[in-house]
Structure formats: structure tokens, C-alpha cells
Design a binder for this molecule. Structure first.
Ligand code: 26W
Length: 763
């Protein structure tokens, strides 16, 4: 699968001539991108038909980001491709304009993408199955400080990485509509090991493209309606992260994806001459949260359609399916109205009822265990009942699942529950985004750590020798990020400032508000002289708010107002800057995580299942300013709490505090906090929308004021943050950064997928 420089150039030239009628000198960026990608695709070997058990990762989201650099890297041809283009007067960097494939919202979708990379790199037979959304996660910009959303036309640059496999088309039937599911396959290259796994994304199409007979007979309207519905299924990714909306279109998407995938897999299994009762020997299915759980009744339906009894089919399902939970928030656990589901998918509904009857027949107490109750279908319960394994995504999260969220289930089926702590791929999140640091590590300990991240521990013995390079490279990365922010967001920040970064989806529980209030606290403190010698700091935010999430949008508006206030005040120009970076996405993250000095991971304890951004910063040598939540806990276990900055109420404390919590008291006792908070209502900020007032009220009044203990944790947060800012710049601080990097091994997705393969998939 390798080409030398000359062969590269010939291949690119040939494709440009044949496909675009042009040459390297006059090709547009898009044409060149198409040609280089196709040259890579031409290297993909035919798939070997192996008789190994495989795992299918069913996920409504795959947040792949940009493919070209990662593919070149994994194929081991990044440098050759770069050289080949340079010599022709072109540059790989031209493809930085290519849109991300943002077919996911946040953590859950990006995790799926990291797992695909790691599985291929470890030679684990894992294939992804999902939806080929026409529009991915919306593109975000700010207008007067308000979030503005636009459709994400990710196919604008074409999709040279996908192969349409028409011949594998299947039909998916809803009560009111039958659609074609057409698969598009993307190769997933292992890192320099020749392995190619697959990501199969289904696109919905009308059964007949256009019925001219009907049109001529003036039945045109009917045809148009049916065509419209078919393609609409894949139109757009739902932009909600963590909140469930009971939209029928979403249910259609979920069923569409799993029905197509299972039909496809069952068909291939039969074509290989194998009995369906043997399916668990050839396949297992990982359900990425509740979104694909409707796969369970769908497989029951398919197997019974093939002549199995319910009991036999259930036995197969109970061996094949496994379920991962990614959040404890009740509003994120999918529930469907029984009437709506039975209208849309009557046969599937019958299977769900049969599962409920089996649960009862098995003697489970229906007061504690139910799949259907009061005409609501609880998808998480269905998943737990049928799955062989249920897992949480960090130790603390799995603990909460066992003790609270799924307590009854854990008591009845303790053997099903396991923890698999999340991980990230070190290829994209270090080799690709921070190549100089990677080379620098290679020079000290060799390159084994690329595929065995535990080995990066080897740098710990060389920290003094690495410090200068580390600081220089971090400085260069900061300069690059600053230039990008200038171009992209129009704000000037000096690379000499401390880069304090919080990037993740916007959610109340993630507490961007806590960070925002601390910025105002510093601002007023500098202004009134109570804070002296404040080290120059850039407060950088990146986050998309779900378009329907009012409070999240209010927080964005608030932070943008803070930025306007601070950046427009000459008095503090050499002390602080605030930027809300627009359209935070995977490609932006790659630039950010290698340039940060502080990784803000400040969710209310118990709320963040794991977090994976925290791991990306850690890998790139950044200390965590965080709570004892999610994987932060394990980061401290691995790298030492003393090398990070931990604050705030613990899970146990949160429970106690909530019993008697009165935010007003907290505010009255803390004048500096009060002052920062008052800006929401005292006219400091422009607020014709009334949003900021609502934000104020959510923290101070109503049924559950300050649900996420922003005000409670404020004082401790500021105390620890000030300590961090004081420590910054010392050699002791730089050592902490490298100690974190040295101890990141556990958080490789290679380790995570290996755990899945051994403990759950049994591949
Ligand atoms: C139904 C709407 C909806 C959409 C997305 C509900 C739930 C989700 C996801 C489960 C939210 C999510 O992405 N969770 C994140 O998963 C990451 C990967 O495991 C974790 O690292 C994050 O902590 C968790 O918030």
C-alpha cells in the first residue's frame, strides 16, 4: 500500500487528467483534494473474507472530523504525500479548508470515531454502522453575541472517502412508507498495520426515484410526498446532546439505521452458509447509548421471520447485544410513546411487548423492572434486560449506574455490569495535531508509544531534558492558535498569555457559567486593585448550544458580552482577553488541545460520565483544573492529584449539600461573587432579549435554583484557579505538565477497545 514520490505525482496527475480534465498547476483546491484522496483510495486492498467473529458498533453518531490527514498518517504516507505535492508547487495544508465530517454532536460521536481508529490499529475486527446525514452538526457563528446556526453542508468538497455499495441496498419498512437504504462504505485504516475496517453509513432514498407515470396521470402530488419522506429520514443530525425529544423523525432515523444494518448482516451471514442460531459466534453488536436500542426488537422480528421461535430469537439477541451508557441524566435516556411507536412500527412494537412479557414470566418484580409502563417504552431498560453486558464509561460513572441510575437492574443482574473507561486515539490527538512534540518524544524514547501509549511513561525519567523543547513547542502551538483565532474570530491575543481553555458542548451541568463568573471576578478585581500582579491570561471558550436549549444559548450570549466588556477595556488589555471561538469542532480542537495551558473540566461532580477532552489535553501536556468527576478522577489516580488542580464538592458532598442548599446565602456571603452575578441584571450587559435575566433567575430563584451548584463551588474554584495562575511559569508547573503527559497511557482508546474486545465482545 505504498507509493514513492514519483508514483504519487503520476497517480495524482492521472486522476486530475481523467476526472477533472486539468493538471496539478491549474487544479482548484477541491479538484486537488479529490485527486489526492482518490489516489489514496486506489491503494485500498480488496477486503479479505475472513471467518473471524466481528463486532458491529451501532451508533447514531460518528464524529469523524477531517479524513485526509488521518488517513495519510495511518497509511504511513503523510510525509511522502507532502513531499510529492510540495515539489509540484502545491501544499497539503490547502486541505485545511475541507469541511469536517461532523456526523455527531460531541463526546459520544467522537468516542465512536476514536474507537474505529483504535480497533483498526489494534487489528480488532470492529465495523461502524450509522447514518449518512446530509447535514451534520450545524455551523455556528455569533451575531451580536447570539448563536446563529447554519446548515452544515459537509459534502461541499465531495466525499471521496466513501464508496457507494448500491448492490447491498435493502428495504426498510415503516407502516406508512417503505424506503431504500443505500450503504456508503468508508475505509478505516489501522495505523501502519495494513488493516482496513469499515464504516458503513446508510442513506435513505425513495423506492422509485420519480414515477413519471403517476406524474402524467396527475398523481404527481402523491409521488412527491413519498419521495420527500424517504430522503428526509437522513436529512439532518439531531443537534441535541443529552436531551431527548420524542420526535417521530428521530425514531425513524434510529429504526432505519438498525434495520438496514441487521438485514445486511443477517443476509451476509446466511449467504456464508451459516445457521442463524450461530449468529452469536460470528457477530456481536455494541449499542452506543440508547439511540440504536431498537435494534433489539428488530433482530427479534427478523429472526422470527426466518422461522425461529421468540425464545430462540431472544437467546440469540441476549448473546449478541451489549449496551454502553454515556450519561446519567434522566432526560437523555430515550423513552418512546407506545402508541406512536406501535403506529409507526407495529411488528417491532409486538416484539417489545413480548420482551415485557418475558420479563414478567422470568419472575422479575414489575414494580422495579419494566420495559413498557404507562404507555411509555423505556429503551435503556430494554437494552439492559436483553444485553449480555452493560457498561459505563469511567469508574465513577459505572459506580453511579450501579448504585443509582440502574440500581435495581444491578442488584438482579450484577454480572452484566462492567466498566470500560473511555479513551482517545493518540494518532489524531498527538501525532497529527502536535507532530513536533511527537518527534521530540520519539527522539527520547523511540516510537513504540504510538501504538502502546503506556510506553510514554518512559519520558518521566527525562523530564528535565525535555522541558525546554516542551515549552518551545507549546509556545509555537500557541502562536499558531493565536493567529488562527485572529483570522477566524477577529480577536488579537498574545501567545505570551496563559491560555485557559474550556471547550466542549454547552450544557448547564458542564458549568461554563462557573468559568464565566470567575472571569468577571478577575476583571473587577483587577479594575478595583484588589487583585494585583494578575498574570496575563486569555480565557478561551468553544461550545455549541443545542438550538432549542434556551439556557445554553443564554450562557453563550453572556460570555460574548463579557468578551465585549473585557476586550473593549483599555485598562485590562495587558492582563486579560476573552474569546468565544466560533464553530468549535474536531479540526478546531486539534489546534486547541496542543496549545492550552489550562484544561477546564469543571462539571458538577457526578454529572460528566467521563469526558474525553480532558484526556486530549492531558496527552498534550496540560494540567487539569477540574472537579472529581468522570475520568478526572482517574487522571488524578494516574498522574497524581498534586499535579492537577482539583476543587469543588465531591459526589457525596453534592448529595448532602442539595438537601439544604440555599444559593442566596452563598451569594450574600461573597460580595465579589455577588458583583459578578449582578452583571446579569444590572445593565452592565446589553440584554434586550431578556435572556440574561432568565439566566440570573435560574441561579437564584424558582424550583431548583442553581441546580448544578455553580455558586456553591465558586469560592473553591477561584481559590484553586488563583493558585494555578500563581504556579504558572515555574519549573515545577512545567514538570506537572510533562508528568501528566507521561501518565496518560490508560487513556488510549487502544486500551479501551482492547478491554471491550476481551471483556465484552470476546473476539
Ligand atoms: C437523546 C439525545 C441524546 C443525545 C446524545 C442523549 C444523549 C446523548 C449522549 C449520550 C451525550 C454524550 O455525548 N455523552 C458523553 O459521552 C462521552 C463519551 O462516553 C462522555 O465522555 C461524556 O462525559 C458524555 O457527556
Amino acid at each position: 500500500m505504498k507509493l514513492n514520490k514519483k508514483q504519487w505525482q503520476e497517480s495524482i496527475a492521472r486522476i486530475l487528467r481523467a476526472e477533472y480534465g486539468t493538471d496539478v498547476q491549474s487544479a482548484t483546491k477541491k479538484e486537488l483534494y479529490g485527486a489526492v484522496s482518490r489516489a489514496v483510495m486506489a491503494l485500498v486492498p480488496a477486503r479479505k473474507k475472513e471467518d473471524k467473529k466481528r463486532c458491529a458498533y451501532f451508533s447514531a453518531e460518528f464524529l469523524m472530523g477531517r479524513a485526509i490527514y488521518a488517513n495519510l498518517l495511518n497509511l504511513g504516507i503523510l510525509d511522502e504525500a507532502e513531499d510529492a505535492l510540495k515539489e509540484l508547487g502545491r501544499d497539503l495544508a490547502e486541505f485545511e479548508e475541507v469541511e469536517d465530517a461532523a456526523l455527531g454532536n460531541g463526546g459520544l460521536g467522537r468516542l465512536a470515531a476514536c474507537y474505529l481508529d483504535s480497533a483498526a490499529s489494534k487489528g480488532i475486527p470492529l465495523d461502524g454502522y450509522g447514518i449518512r446525514y446530509r447535514y451534520g452538526l450545524f455551523r455556528q457563528s455569533f451575531v451580536d453575541g447570539f448563536q446563529h446556526e447554519e446548515g452544515d453542508d459537509w459534502l461541499k468538497w465531495g466525499d471521496p472517502w466513501s464508496v457507494c455499495c448500491e448492490r447491498d441496498t435493502v428495504l426498510v419498512r415503516f407502516a406508512d412508507l417503505t424506503v431504500r437504504a443505500v450503504p456508503y462504505d468508508m475505509p478505516v485504516f489501522g495505523y501502519k498495520n495494513g488493516v482496513v475496517n469499515n464504516l458503513r453509513l446508510w442513506q435513505s432514498e425513495p423506492v422509485q426515484a420519480f414515477d413519471f407515470t403517476a406524474f402524467n396521470e396527475m398523481r404527481g402530488d402523491q409521488t412527491a410526498v413519498s419521495n420527500f419522506n424517504a430522503s428526509k429520514i437522513c436529512d439532518v443530525l439531531y443537534p441535541n446532546d443529552n436531551t431527548m425529544t420524542g420526535k417521530i423523525l428521530r425514531l425513524r432515523q434510529q429504526y432505519f439505521m438498525v434495520s438496514a444494518s441487521l438485514q445486511d448482516i443477517v443476509r451476509a451471514h446466511k449467504a456464508a452458509g451459516k445457521a442463524l442460531a450461530e449468529l452469536p459466534k460470528s457477530w456481536c453488536f455494541q449499542l452506543n447509548d440508547t439511540h440504536p436500542v431498537i435494534a433489539i426488537p428488530e433482530l427479534l422480528r427478523i429472526l422470527e421471520g426466518e422461522g425461529m421461535s421468540f425464545e430462540e430469537a431472544f437467546a440469540v439477541c441476549a448473546k449478541c447485544f451489549n449496551f454502553t451508557n454515556h450519561t446519567i441524566m434522566a432526560e437523555a435516556l430515550e423513552k418512546w410513546d407506545a402508541l406512536a411507536l406501535s403506529d409507526l412500527l407495529p411488528d417491532v412494537y409486538e416484539e417489545i411487548l413480548a420482551c415485557q412479557r418475558k420479563l414478567e414470566a422470568d419472575g422479575l418484580d414489575t414494580a422495579r423492572f419494566y420495559i413498557v409502563r404507562d404507555n411509555v417504552i423505556h429503551m435503556a431498560n430494554l437494552a439492559i434486560f436483553v444485553s449480555a453486558h452493560v457498561n459505563g464509561v469511567a469508574e465513577i460513572h459505572t459506580g453511579i449506574l450501579k448504585a443509582e441510575t440502574f440500581r435495581d437492574w444491578y442488584e438482579r443482574f450484577p454480572e452484566k455490569f462492567v466498566n470500560i473507561t473511555n479513551g482517545i486515539t493518540p494518532r489524531r490527538w498527538m501525532l497529527l495535531n502536535n507532530p513536533k512534540m511527537a518527534k521530540c518524544i520519539d527522539a527520547v524514547i523511540g516510537s513504540d508509544w504510538h501504538t502502546d501509549l503506556g510506553k510514554i511513561k518512559g519520558i518521566e525519567a527525562h523530564i528535565p531534558a525535555l522541558l525546554a523543547d516542551f515549552k518551545r513547542i507549546k509556545g509555537e502551538n500557541k502562536a499558531k492558535l493565536a493567529a488562527y483565532i485572529k483570522e477566524h474570530d477577529g480577536v488579537d491575543i498574545s501567545p505570551d498569555f496563559i491560555f485557559d481553555v474550556q471547550v466542549k458542548r454547552l450544557h448547564e451541568y458542564k458549568r461554563q457559567m462557573l468559568n464565566a463568573l470567575s472571569v468577571l471576578y478577575f476583571y473587577f478585581g483587577i479594575k478595583d486593585g484588589s487583585i494585583k500582579d494578575f498574570p496575563p491570561t486569555a480565557f478561551l471558550f468553544g461550545a455549541k448550544a443545542a438550538p432549542g436549549y434556551y439556557m445554553a444559548k443564554a450562557v453563550i450570549k453572556f460570555i460574548n458580552e463579557i468578551a465585549r466588556l473585557v476586550n473593549g477595556d483599555k485598562d485590562v488589555q495587558d492582563k486579560m482577553k476573552v474569546v468565544f471561538m466560533q464553530n468549535y469542532n474536531v479540526s478546531y480542537a486539534e489546534k486547541i488541545v496542543c496549545a492550552a495551558d489550562i484544561s477546564e473540566q469543571i462539571s458538577m461532580a457526578g454529572m460528566e460520565a467521563s469526558g474525553t477532552g480532558n484526556m486530549k489535553f492531558m496527552l498534550n501536556g496540560t494540567v487539569t483544573l477540574g472537579t472529581m468527576d468522570g475520568a478526572n478522577v482517574e487522571i488524578c489516580e494516574e498522574a497524581g492529584r498534586e499535579n492537577n488542580y482539583i476543587f469543588g464538592a465531591t459526589v457525596e458532598e453534592v448529595k448532602e449539600i442539595k438537601k439544604f442548599y440555599c444559593p442566596r446565602e452563598i451569594v450574600e456571603q461573597n460580595p465579589a461573587l455577588k458583583r459578578a452575578l449582578q452583571t446579569l441584571i444590572d445593565g452592565t450587559m446589553q440584554d434586550e432579549s431578556g435572556m440574561l435575566k432568565k439566566l440570573y433567575e435560574s441561579l437564584t430563584t424558582g424550583y431548583q435554583p442553581d441546580r448544578y451548584l455553580v455558586l456553591y463551588d465558586f469560592a473553591d474554584y477561584v481559590r484553586v484557579k488563583e493558585q494555578l495562575l500563581r504556579d504558572y511559569g515555574s519549573e515545577a508547573f512545567d514538570k506537572k505538565c510533562l508528568i501528566n503527559m507521561a501518565n496518560v497511557g490508560k487513556f488510549s482508546a487502544d486500551r479501551s477497545v482492547t478491554d471491550y474486545a476481551n471483556l465484552i465482545w470476546k473476539l
